[in-house]
Each structure stands twice: as structure tokens, then as C-alpha cells.
Design a protein around this ligand. Structure first.
Ligand code: ATP
Length: 368
């Protein structure tokens, strides 16, 4: 059993506040991804959990024990970084055995015990055939597996990974994503994983903590993060292409509330009329995949002009201007390729209004 708790963590480097009051609980056996743009504080947060950085404020708990003042080696954690940091002069076997060899006496293990453990973990990672080689004789993917095996051989309480797949080519990265997730579930190790790749986060995490400028903006399951972003930052950071943003103004006519948007107007759902006020500026968040596209006008549809078509195999991304008679307003929609679309064509859009997010223009927060 291992859970990790970060309480009011602050870390500064000179004038830079790298981590700004983070609170996060990672449950036993959970796979939590820290996701955010470059420089948002992901690595610093991970290094604080590892004990490689000391926080200026706040405490770190593993299983309710305050470990803030403990050395990394006393925290029962294992880390895998982007560069695998294998020992080049040692064989794969010796690299994997190393964390046990240095503590052999303390752990009360014989060389035979260690040999068995190396074979066991090598089998799990499908690298039994490579044990006699040196790291220089391995591909990037194989080196990565060796680094994972070395991290896991001690069966640590907590597994910390910092962009471990970013040196691999695209295909191998996809394969390793699924494999890492399977491994984590099979071994049941509480895991914190850092990435700036939203697709990686969505596909691997039990929960994602989205970070921006040293803070956690939202924590939730991939579904929650994707379907119910609590902040416009989350909506526009996640998705491929990300959520479209359309700025609109609230209008009131005959006691009815409307959204006045570039190229269209729409009555505001009853549930929201209590929160908005006349002339309030809001942001509509429209996911490219939640828009029906038609060549013929549909009731209540939005007229749009196709600027560019980006074919994606079975799907296409249409780059559109939804205000062809006014100031250009660009959005992207994703559509299955059942009809041919070409640039310059006028089409009609029906967003799924149940899946549209509405954010406050001033604060960026979702209106619920
Ligand atoms: P990336 O995805 O690029 O690795 P990150 O989200 O992991 O970014 P951090 O590496 O945690 O971000 O850095 C957060 C902020 O702290 C950045 O502004 C960075 O420049 C700064 N920073 C990190 N480490 C140090 C350091 N040792 N000295 C000074 N500033 C640092």
C-alpha cells in the first residue's frame, strides 16, 4: 500500500515560482499524470516527491508519513527519466541487478536470489535475450525497457517517471504507452508520470492533474478533463485539435437571454441564466468532434465557409470561418470522410449544445 500526498508545496528558484501551492493526493495503486506546457512546474513537483528538491513550503507524505526531510534513498521510490542513464560499461544484467547489489547485505539477498529477480523482471519486460549485451548495443526502445526493469526490480512503493517515452519514435511510443500502463496495473505500483503530451496523458492516466504556471488547474479522470474542463486553459490544452474558442456577449431581449456570437445567435440554456448578466462577455468552448457538418442548411445551424481541408485518413479536419459575412472567426471541426469537402465551399454546422463548455471571459473559469 502506498499513497502520496502533497500539502501546500511551494518551490522558488530565485524570482521564479516554479511550484505555487500545490495540493494533490495520489491514491494507492493509482496512475496519476502531471500534464502541462513546458515550464509549468511538472518536473520540479516530481523531484520534490523524489526528494531531489527540497520545497520552500509545504510537506510531502508517503503513506501518511512525513518524508519531506528524508533522503531519496530512504523514500522507497524509483525514478525513470527521459535519458535512461544506464551504466555503459555494465551488461544489461548488471544494470538491472545494480539497485539490489548495492543493498544486497542489507536486504539479506544471495547472488542467486538476485539472479532470479533479474530474470523475472527481464521476462516481464521481454528483454531476457538482451541480458549479456551492453547498453551501447541496444536500440532506444530496448534501453528504455532496461531502465524500466532497473527501476522496478526493487518493487518500489512509488514509481516516478519523467517523460520516459519522449526519446522513442512515434510508433514505439504508442506501443510502450499501452505496455507501461499494463505493467503498472499488473505490479500495482502507485505511479506519478510527467508529460506535456496530452494524448499520452489521456491514454494512460487514471487521473490527470493539469498544471499551468506552477499551479494545478484541474484534477480529474481523462473523461472529466476532456468533457468537463473547469478552465478555458484545460479545454484548449487538451484535444487534437484542441477545443475551439468563440467569444460571445450575453444579450437580454423580452426577458430572454441570448448569446450574441460572431455569425450566429443562440438562446442561453435555462440553467445558466442565473449566472450570466446582460453584456457579460463569455467564451464558448466547442470541441471539433462535437459538431455535425452538413452541405444543406439545417434548422438552427451555423453557416460557415471552408478555408482549408486537412485529410486525416478516415477523418478530415475542416478549417472554417463561421462569420463569412463579418470579421473572420476561425474554428476547426473534425468530420468523418463520407462526403467530399473543398475549400471555398459554404457548409452548415450543428454543434452538440449539450457538450459545449461556457467560460467566464474575465476569469477563464467554466460557468456551471
Ligand atoms: P518541461 O516540460 O520543459 O520539463 P516543467 O513543467 O517540467 O517543464 P520545471 O522543469 O518544473 O517545468 O520548471 C518550472 C520552472 O522553474 C521553469 O520556469 C524553470 O525554468 C524553473 N526551474 C526549474 N529548475 C530550476 C533550477 N534548478 N534553477 C532555476 N530555475 C529552475
Amino acid at each position: 500500500m502506498a499513497k502520496v500526498r502533497l500539502e501546500n508545496i511551494v518551490k522558488r528558484f530565485g524570482n521564479v515560482v516554479a511550484v505555487n501551492n500545490i495540493n494533490l493526493e495520489i491514491r494507492d495503486k493509482e496512475f496519476v499524470v502531471l500534464l502541462g506546457p513546458s515550464g509549468c512546474g511538472k518536473t520540479t513537483t516530481l523531484r520534490i516527491i523524489a526528494g531531489l528538491e527540497y520545497p520552500d513550503e509545504g510537506r510531502v507524505y508517503i503513506d501518511d508519513r512525513d518524508v519531506t526531510d528524508l533522503e531519496p534513498k530512504d523514500r522507497d521510490i524509483a525514478m525513470v527519466f527521459q535519458n535512461y542513464a544506464l551504466y555503459p560499461h555494465m551488461t544489461v544484467f548488471d544494470n538491472i541487478a545494480f539497485p539490489l547489489m548495492i543493498k544486497r547485505k542489507k536486504l539479506g539477498l544471495t547472488k542467486e536470489d538476485i539472479r532470479k529477480k533479474v530474470y523475472e523482471i527481464a521476462k516481464l519486460l521481454k528483454i531476457e535475450d538482451l541480458l549479456k549485451r551492453k547498453p551501447g548495443q541496444l536500440s532506444g526502445g530496448q534501453q528504455q525497457r532496461v531502465a524500466l526493469a532497473r527501476a522496478l526490480i526493487r518493487r518500489p512503493k512509488v514509481w516516478l517517471m519523467d517523460e520516459p517515452l519522449s526519446n522513442l519514435d512515434a510508433l514505439l511510443r504508442l506501443e510502450m504507452r499501452a505496455e507501461l500502463k499494463r505493467l503498472q496495473k499488473r505490479l500495482g505500483i502507485t505511479t506519478v508520470y510527467v508529460t506535456h503530451d496530452q494524448a499520452e496523458a489521456l491514454s494512460m492516466a487514471d487521473r490527470i492533474a493539469v498544471m499551468n504556471k506552477g499551479r494545478i488547474v484541474q484534477v480529474g479522470t481523462p473523461e472529466e478533463i476532456y468533457l468537463k474542463p473547469k478552465h478555458v486553459f484545460v479545454g484548449t490544452f487538451i484535444g487534437s485539435p484542441p477545443m475551439n474558442i468563440v467569444k460571445c456577449v450575453v444579450m437580454v431581449e423580452n426577458n430572454k437571454y441570448y448569446l450574441d456570437c460572431p455569425g450566429f445567435r443562440r438562446e442561453i440554456p435555462k440553467t445558466l441564466t442565473k449566472i450570466v448578466r446582460e453584456n457579460m462577455k463569455i467564451i464558448l468552448g466547442i470541441r471539433p468532434e462535437f459538431v455535425e457538418v452538413s452541405k444543406k442548411p439545417l434548422p438552427d445551424s451555423i453557416k460557415a465557409k471552408i478555408l482549408v481541408v486537412e485529410p486525416q485518413g478516415s477523418e478530415a479536419i475542416l478549417n472554417l470561418d463561421i462569420n463569412p459575412e463579418g470579421e473572420e472567426t476561425l474554428i476547426k471541426v473534425k468530420t468523418r470522410v463520407t462526403e467530399r469537402f473543398s475549400s471555398g465551399e459554404i457548409i452548415y454546422l450543428k454543434p452538440d449544445w449539450t457538450r459545449i463548455a461556457i467560460f467566464d471571459y474575465e476569469t477563464g473559469k467554466a460557468l456551471e
